[in-house]
Design a protein around this ligand. Sequence first.
Ligand SMILES: Cc1ncc(COP(=O)(O)O)c(C=O)c1O
Ligand SMILES: [Zn+2]
Length: 390
Amino acid sequence: MYFSHLECSVPCGAGPFNARETHHLCPACAMPLLARYDLEAARAWSKDSLRDRVSSMWRYAEMMPIFPGDMVVTLGEGFTPLFHAPRLGAELGLSRLYVKDESLNPTNSFKARGQSAAVTRAKALGAKTLSVPSAGNAADAMAAYAASAGIPAHVFMPKDVKTPFITEAKLYGAEVTLVDGLITDAGRIAAERGKALGWYDVSTLKEPYRVEGKKTMAYELAEQLGWEYPDWIIYPTGGGTGMVGMWKAFEELEAIGWMPAGAKRPKMVTVQADGCAPIVKALAENAERAPMWEGAKTIADGLRVPKAVGDFLVLRAIRESGGTAIAVTDAEMVTGMRDLGRFEGISAAPEGGAAVQCIRNLIADGSIKKDDRVVLFNTGGALKYLEVVS
Ligand SMILES: Cc1ncc(COP(=O)(O)O)c(C=O)c1O
Ligand SMILES: [Zn+2]
């Protein structure tokens, strides 16, 4: 195992920080901390070892935030299928369209990965109570992993979140608080309430380990494509951990020699809702940070994130990869959900549907060519969002 320490993501010069102690944001600059590994030593780790490994994201345990003796809190998350999607590909005019189907994770979304890693680490650090603000999916995932770890959980969601998100969090025994506002308001209230009570806050990028779970999507992608990168990754982005995690993974894969140094990385594309598109706006305005989006509104609960603490890291990944950011309408998301359903039999959340429209736009403007290898991330399933299609 090569997990070694924590480092400021800016980096601001403070640290390194001891990963055997509890840390949230960088104490010097209040920006996210990232987990770091002994990459030199990790070069001794061979890909061949994966052959007999568990079919979950923990197959990459050596590059995960655990120390010898830690108990992993797992429900079988990750190692989701990467489907070739020939029928949807033909509809769009692509020969090499793939869908990474994250709806098949526990609790129906890719959020399971982040929470498996975060709750594993929280348990190892002795956390007594967990709390999380969420747009929906992260709350259900945290509730499930907290239950599995035997740690009480408090989740805070906007009060107009779709009912199944609330029902499922309660099913796992979490204490659910509904907030008059958005995820940012939920975050403020959760932090205020938890401070006095010593709750361990699992907010996106405010603790360093959800990113580590999400990064495994890129490890899997490389492995499933025979240790090659695709040309494009289309990713529905809210808080940004998925984008940040995958970009970090590419750095690690190259540093440990699993991918050639200088390999042409995928272009990272963020897709957002036109009713909440802070990253799209910041990229267009050439800004380093994305200001708060006022009046955020969309049927894609996971994309209703008006301000993200890791916005600069998402923007960095997009720019360094030569990618872009695109906003789509709610109606286009529903069309995309139906397309993934009727052409491929895949159950897609509006977030996944948004990625279909994003691809259409990038083909139309000549960016994506017909033989490019394109990976669409279906970050969640349709079932919790059925009200938008029925
Ligand atoms: C289905 C779905 N897709 C995408 C996202 C956005 O993910 P991230 O916050 O990692 O950008 C979310 C977040 O809640 C989500 O639930
Ligand atoms: Zn810092």
